[in-house]
Design a protein around this ligand. Structure first.
Ligand code: ATP
Ligand code: MG
Length: 322
């Protein structure tokens, strides 16, 4: 049984090889690469040595096989990983442009990734778990996934599983009011929130990011870990705010960095590190994640993070024999 549970969509990414090649012309694609925020989180947590389970659905096809084999190889618990004949595996087509922007065509909601039932996850899965990690993308898939997440929050409460939340919701699709309404049950149960500045502002309606994080704390979150890209992160609790410095790297592809960061923070927390050290370790994980192309390809292994120049030896010591 896993100590950390992650749930939501898994998919493959098929991406343009050439920067500037849009999705509306015949050009070369590469892939499939395993992806989907909750799956990236789970894979990275496993690579870092965490006992993690991933809950989600893929089609019984070769794309589904790509996802299953990656998660299996890295040691993710797959007892709640479902393969279906009903639909094919979720797909995202991605194009990259010279200004750093990206364009997507998604096949998720009406693909196998959208299939789930709240009662499908056995209650026993939560017994012995310590963290339920909720990614905002999971509640934006469809109603059945929302109900699955909300039921999981109830089980988390029943079995004293702490809840962590990465908002990761694009308000352009659902509208800000609807996003806040959907996130409320999660915020009511949450212990740790992992927002970007924009997401903290969106969730609270407060444009000043520092104040927005404070509002999340006042509303009951034990800890807010604000992700700040190449500037690292800030750890905010009722005791105040501490900025945690980042690592200098050459950024190649930022996709998935946020999910790897979340994984790093929770795995370090499970090892008993203090919050500042968890932030520092997570910064190292996020920094390594942006150095490689591909959504899940950047997820680093524990030995790579511990070999990161500048990582404090006290943090290394927290990981035992490494
Ligand atoms: P996304 O949702 O697109 O995955 P995010 O907004 O959740 O991203 P970011 O702040 O972009 O998350 O990145 C997560 C973490 O990864 C940062 O807090 C930081 O620790 C690390 N990171 C990201 N980009 C860089 C970079 N260029 N250099 C060093 N560290 C980085
Ligand atoms: Mg994010």
């Amino acid at each position: 049984m896993p100590e950390i549970i992650s749930m939501g969509e898994a998919l493959v990414e098929i991406m343009r090889d050439k920067i500037g090649a849009g999705l509306d012309t015949p050009e070369v694609f590469t892939g499939p690469y395993p992806s989907g925020a909750p799956a990236i989180f789970a894979d990275c947590a496993a690579r870092l040595g965490g006992q993690v389970g991933y809950v989600g659905t893929v089609g019984r096809d070769d794309f589904g096989k790509v996802i299953r084999e990656r998660l299996q190889e890295d040691g993710v618990d797959l007892s709640c990983f479902y393969e279906t004949e009903e639909s094919t595996t979720g797909v995202a087509f991605v194009a990259y442009f010279p200004d750093g922007s990206r364009k997507f065509i998604y096949h998720i909601r009406n693909a196998a990734s959208g299939l789930m039932e709240p009662e499908r996850i056995p209650e026993s899965y939560f017994q012995g778990a310590r963290y339920l990690h909720v990614n905002g993308s999971a509640i934006s898939i469809n109603e059945t996934w929302r109900n699955t997440v909300y039921r999981s929050l109830e089980l988390a409460r029943r079995y004293e599983v702490q809840v962590s939340f990465d908002p990761n919701i694009r308000p352009e699709i659902l509208g800000v009011d609807r996003v806040r309404e959907l996130c409320q049950p999660i915020l009511d149960a949450v212990h740790i929130v992992f927002p970007s500045g924009e997401e903290a502002a969106m969730l609270t309606g407060e444009t000043d990011v520092a104040r927005a994080c404070q509002i999340l704390i006042d509303r009951g979150a034990g800890c807010v870990v604000l992700k700040r890209g190449d500037e690292g992160c800030s750890v905010i609790t009722s005791d105040g705010r501490r900025d945690v410095p980042s690592f200098k790297v050459n950024e190649v592809d930022p996709t998935g960095a946020g999910d790897c960061f979340d994984a790093g923070f929770l795995v370090a927390l499970q090892r008993g590190l203090d919050l500042f050290s968890c932030g520092r370790f997570a910064n190292a994980v996020g920094a390594l994640a942006v150095t490689r192309k591909g959504p899940m390809e950047g997820a680093p292994f524990l030995h790579e993070v511990l070999a990161m120049p500048g990582l404090e030896k006290e943090i290394r010591a927290g990981f035992g024999k490494f």
